[in-house]
Design a protein around this ligand. Structure first.
Ligand code: LLP
Length: 414
C-alpha cells in the first residue's frame, strides 16, 4: 500500500500541513469515523447471547473518545481511580464501569465500593482486602486461564510468567474467603495479553475459563478480556486485519457448549482497547534535522519517546508516511533511514533503518496506528509538555480535543 492516509481519506479533505500549523507539532490527529467504526465492530462480537463490549480505557482516555464509546453503546473497564474519574467526566453511569485494578490500596478500593462499581479482585490477598472493606458484598475475580499471548513478552498477562490473576489451583481458597466474608462472586474475568493477530490463544483461554466457570454457581457475567490486534505493518507488508469474522464463527460453538452445560447464559463480556482506537489516530511530527552519522542516515523530528514510547519500550513498529506541502510523498523511490526524536536518549528511535521516501528538513512525518497507548503513555521527560490532540469529525470539521500542555502547566506542581 502506498498510503493508508490516502486510502481511507484520513483527513477528510483537510490539509495536514494546515492542521500542523494551527495546532503545532507533535499532534495526535483522531478520526471520529474510524474510531466509531471499530467501536461498533467490537459491539458485535457476540450476537446470540447477552453481551457487552467493555472499551478498555487505558488504551486512550481522552474524554471525547470516551464519549464516542458511550454513544456507541459500549461499557468500559477501568484500571485505576483516575480512569474511573475520566469515565465519570465523560458521563458513564457506574453500572457501565467494570473496575479491574491490580495491587490497589484500601482507599482506591473504597472509591469503587462507595459508588457500587463492580470490582474484580486479582489475587487472594486483594479478595480478602475487599472482604474486610465490604463484608457481605458482591465482586468478581480475575482468573489466570493458564494461556498468554501478545505482541511482545512485556504485554503477556496470562500463563505462568505474569503478576496477574488467580491461578486455577487457588480457586478453592476463593470459596473459603467468600465464606469468611460472606462475599458473592458475581462474575469472573481474564485478560491474556495484548496485540495478538491470531484468535487461537484467545479461543483456548475462553475454553479454559468456561471450564473453570463451571465451578462457580450462578455467575451473572463472564468476561474474556481484550487483546485483539491491529495490522501495524499495513504499508510495507500489507498485513491483514485481525480475522474478526473467523474469530466470531469459532467462538460461537464454544459458547453454545458452555451454555448447554451451565444451564443458562450469563452476560458475556470482552474488553478491547487497542482494537477500538489504534487505527483511528495518526501522530504528526515535524522533521527539524537530517544527517549522516558513520554512514547511517537519520531524520530527527519532534516526536520524542515522551510523545510515543511504544517503539523504545517494546520495539514496536509504527508505519511512517512522509508528507510534504500537505501531500503524501510517494513510496516509489525509497532509501534506508532511521527516524528519531528529540530526547536525550540513544533509544529515542521511532523507526530504525526503515525504507522511506527521501526525508527533507521541514517535512511532516505521520506515524500510523498511534491511537492506542500513544497519548495515554506520554510523559514530560526532558521537561517537554505533552502534545495536543485534535479530532477530524464525521462532517469534516476539525476539533481540538485536548490542548497542548504549556510550560506553565509543568511549573504548576511546584
Ligand atoms: N483488559 C485488561 C485487564 C487489560 O490489562 C488490558 C490491557 C486490556 C483489557 C486491553 O487490551 P487491548 O485490547 O488494548 O490489547 N502498552 C501496551 C499494551 C498494554 C496492555 C495493557 N492491558 C502497548 O502499547 O502495546
Amino acid at each position: 500500500m502506498n498510503s493508508y492516509i490516502e486510502k481511507v481519506d484520513f483527513f477528510k479533505g483537510n490539509d495536514p500541513e494546515a492542521i500542523a500549523k494551527e495546532y503545532g507539532t507533535p499532534v495526535y490527529v483522531c478520526s471520529e469515523e474510524i474510531i466509531r467504526k471499530h467501536m461498533h465492530d467490537v459491539s458485535q462480537v457476540i450476537i446470540k447471547y447477552p453481551y457487552t463490549a467493555n472499551y478498555s480505557v487505558k488504551a486512550n482516555t481522552n474524554i471525547h473518545i470516551l464519549k464516542l464509546a458511550l454513544e456507541e453503546g459500549l461499557n468500559c473497564d477501568a484500571m485505576s481511580v483516575g480512569e474511573i474519574k475520566m469515565l465519570e467526566a465523560a458521563g458513564f453511569p457506574y453500572d457501565r464501569i467494570f473496575f479491574i485494578p491490580n495491587n490497589v490500596s484500601d482507599e482506591e478500593m473504597q472509591y469503587a465500593i462507595e459508588r457500587g462499581i463492580m470490582t474484580s479482585l486479582d489475587s487472594l490477598s486483594q479478595l480478602k482486602q475487599f472482604g474486610e472493606l465490604n463484608r457481605g458484598g458482591k465482586c468478581a475475580v480475575r482468573i489466570n486461564p493458564g494461556v498468554g499471548a501478545g505482541h511482545c513478552e512485556k504485554v503477556v498477562t496470562g500463563g505462568k510468567k505474569t503478576k496477574f490473576g488467580i491461578a486455577e489451583e487457588d480457586i478453592p481458597e476463593i470459596f473459603e474467603i467468600c465464606k469468611e466474608y460472606d462475599l458473592t462472586i458475581a462474575g469472573i474475568n481474564q485478560h491474556i495479553g495484548s496485540g495478538f493477530m491470531t484468535p487461537d490463544p484467545y479461543l483456548q483461554a475462553v475454553d479454559n475459563l468456561l471450564r473453570i466457570a463451571l465451578q462457580f454457581k450462578d455467575l451473572e457475567f463472564i468476561d474474556f478480556g481484550g487483546g485483539y490486534g491491529i495490522p501495524y505493518h499495513k504499508l510495507e507488508d500489507d498485513e491483514a486485519d485481525y480475522p474478526m469474522e473467523d474469530f466470531k464463527k469459532r467462538l460461537e460453538p464454544i459458547l453454545d457448549y458452555f451454555v448447554d452445560s451451565y444451564g443458562k447464559a450469563p452476560l458475556f463480556k470482552s474488553e478491547p482497547g487497542r482494537y477500538c482506537v489504534a487505527e483511528g489516530v495518526v501522530l504528526l511530527g515535524r522533521v527539524h534535522a537530517v544527517k549522516q552519522n558513520a554512514g547511517h542516515a537519520y531524520a530527527g523530528c519532534d516526536i520524542g519517546m515522551n510523545v510515543l514510547v511504544r517503539p523504545s519500550m517494546y520495539d514496536s513498529w509504527h508505519d511512517v508516511e512522509v508528507l510534504r506541502a500537505g501531500k503524501v510523498v510517494s513510496r516509489d523511490s525509497l532509501e534506508t533511514i532511521t527516524l528519531c526524536g528529540n530526547i536525550c536518549e540513544s533509544g529515542d528511535l521511532l523507526a530504525k533503518d526503515r525504507k522511506l521516501p527521501k526525508i527533507e528538513k521541514g517535512d511532516l512525518v505521520a506515524l500510523l496506528d498511534a491511537g492506542a497507548y500513544g497519548w495515554s503513555m506520554c510523559s514530560t521527560y526532558n521537561s517537554r509538555p505533552r502534545p495536543a490532540e485534535v479530532m477530524v469529525m464525521k462532517d469534516g470539521s476539525v476539533k481540538l480535543i485536548r490542548r497542548r500542555e504549556t510550560y506553565e502547566d509543568l511549573m504548576r506542581l511546584f
